[in-house]
Design a protein around this ligand. Structure first.
Ligand code: ADP
Ligand code: ZN
Length: 528
């Protein structure tokens, strides 16, 4: 990078237009660039598509020396570097895909001051050999991309990021800028601490994506529901459909093609060449749908994706936000649609509970899932919920499914108390825990072999919930789970009172639940 003398702001604008071809900065870009170009540290929280890259690219050009960009996305580095070279920036990357002689050539360029930007993964940066190399080079800055990866609380923790805490001490004169698109307040706090960015200037952009309409509906016949969304609202438009499993990716793509809708599968089980081909066709073509596991989308910048559909529940709000955020990057109206059901909740709970991970990891995963469920079951504006999760306030948007057709609600306080008391009695009086089916039988006073044998009819809670049918109780349980009032445990998903149950049992808070909307069209199409 060339040493910039005085007038940073004008120089930044000049680079913006001469190199990148844009005529104005967006949002906080100018302030962030001024901060870092002036030698200060910055923490930047900005949604996907907000324009984070320029925030470190331009300061790297303004300052003497090379800007070191730390990113976990090795697969994207070659493309990123090629794009920069295309606009005349001297860029390179160091990663495991390079032959030793290629890496050596890059190192020579770095030492000779011939690079504006150098990309590398964190595991490379923390090697003593790399640090030795960097100490011999002139450095413009460190940019820590995807900085939320340093947070153990976050949904995307990468242990190698912890090693980045050494940068502050090892390179005291070099400004650092940490950037992420997925930061809750908890993650923000944690990354600030772990990266030692307490003295940095913090820039938190709005995470609202006003052109995206958020909709979540009960899952009944997901492929039919998806088809209806496409034919009714997005015929001939580009979209991304996310599924959890490879099998369901394949089947969904086939189902769409069978109905004459152009769709391609994308998942890690496909040949790399096929994946690459499908991705490129999706990027170039109009009106193509890609059906994918979450392996798809990192670094994808297609402006006219008109809808993102989830056929399975994402594991966290961060994931949901990131995936839905790929819709409508051009600012035009777009849809984020999801079908979700009790089966999603139970299977994801079980997956977490029976996994091999540490207790800490499981606790985090459960908390992430709970927050996601709360968003699914909210009876207030989805956008308000989503932004509140990221610590931001908003007014009801008037453009999500809840705002557009508010669900009717009922006072379920007594039902919740009955359910919770039944769980407590079964456990305290008998030392027993049961899954939803048996608990509902106790509530409704339905005798069967097991209840007779266990003398459940002698319990004081036997039959106290007769007024609701089995299906209604299931809806109640699903919604109470989403609010942390009830939890499912272990292999069998036995129900236990949740952390928030106390005030409800004591009558200190009321519980408003939604009447389930039935997705009518899907039900009519035969419930396949
Ligand atoms: P992020 O990394 O935050 O997801 P990018 O840096 O990839 O976002 O930027 C998203 C898109 O917006 C890119 O195509 C980029 O060229 C464009 N962009 C960024 N800043 C500006 C700007 N000031 N004016 C116009 N386009 C911009
Ligand atoms: Zn709304």
């Amino acid at each position: 990078a060339a040493a910039g003398g005085g007038g940073t702001e004008g120089a930044a604008l000049e680079i913006l237009s001469r190199v990148f071809g844009y005529d104005a900065f967006r949002g906080d870009q100018a302030a962030i660039i001024a901060q870092v170009a002036g030698g200060g540290d910055a923490v930047v929280l900005m949604p996907t598509g907000g324009g984070k890259s320029l925030c470190y690219q331009i300061p790297s050009l303004l300052r003497a020396g090379t800007g070191i960009v730390i990113s976990p996305l090795i697969a994207l580095m070659a493309d990123q570097v090629a794009a920069l070279e295309g606009v005349g920036i001297r860029a390179a990357y160091l990663n495991s895909t390079l032959e030793p002689h290629e890496a050596q050539a890059v190192e020579q360029q770095l030492l000779a001051g011939e690079l504006d930007l150098l990309y590398m993964a964190p595991e490379r940066l923390v090697l003593p050999r790399t640090q030795e190399l960097l100490r011999r080079a002139e450095l413009a800055l460190f940019a820590i991309d995807e900085a939320h990866c340093v947070s153990q609380w976050g949904h995307d923790f990468r242990p190698d990021y912890l090693g980045l805490s050494v940068l502050a001490e090892a390179f005291p004169g070099v400004p650092r800028i940490a950037l992420t698109a997925t930061a809750t307040e908890a993650t923000h706090r944690e990354l600030t601490e772990r990266l030692q960015m307490q003295q940095a200037a913090h820039f938190v952009a709005s995470f609202d994506r006003p052109n995206i309409q958020y909709r979540i509906e009960p899952k009944s016949a997901p492929r039919e529901q998806l088809l209806r969304l496409i034919t009714a609202e997005h015929e001939g438009e580009s979209g991304i459909v996310y599924c959890l499993s490879r099998r369901s990716v394949e089947q969904t793509a086939e189902a769409l093609v069978a109905r004459g809708i152009p769709a391609l599968p994308y998942h890690a089980g496909l040949d790399a060449a096929v994946r690459q081909d499908h991705q490129e066709r999706f990027l170039r073509a109009d009106g193509l749908i890609i059906v994918a596991t979450i392996a798809f989308g990192m670094g994808i910048d297609k402006p006219d994706v008109r809808f993102v559909a989830h056929l399975d529940l994402p594991k966290s709000i961060e994931g949901y936000y990131q995936e839905t955020g790929r819709a409508g990057r051009d600012g035009l109206p777009a849809t984020a649609w999801m079908a979700y059901g009790l089966g999603d909740v139970v299977s994801q709970r079980k997956f977490i509970d029976t996994g091999e991970s540490s207790e800490q990891f499981k606790r985090n995963a459960r908390a992430h899932l709970d927050a996601m469920l709360a968003l699914c079951e909210t009876v207030t504006c989805r956008r308000v919920q989503l932004l509140r999760y990221f610590g931001q306030d908003a007014e009801p948007c008037g453009n999500c499914d809840v705002c557009l057709s508010p669900p009717s609600t009922w006072d379920a306080t007594v039902a919740a108390q009955k359910l919770l008391s039944a769980l407590i009695r079964l456990d305290r009086e008998r030392g027993q825990k049961f899954g939803a089916g048996q608990v509902i039988e106790v509530l409704r006073g339905r005798e069967n072999e097991r209840s007779l044998q266990s003398r459940h009819h002698e319990l004081s809670v036997w039959g106290i919930g007769e007024e609701l049918g089995e299906k209604e109780w299931r809806t109640v349980i699903r919604q109470l789970m989403a609010r942390g009032l009830v939890e499912a445990e272990g292999d069998y998903g036995v129900l236990v009172p949740g952390a928030q149950a106390g005030p409800v049992l004591r009558g200190e808070t009321t519980v408003e639940l939604a009447v389930d909307r039935t997705p009518q069209r899907a039900a009519r199409s035969g419930g396949r």
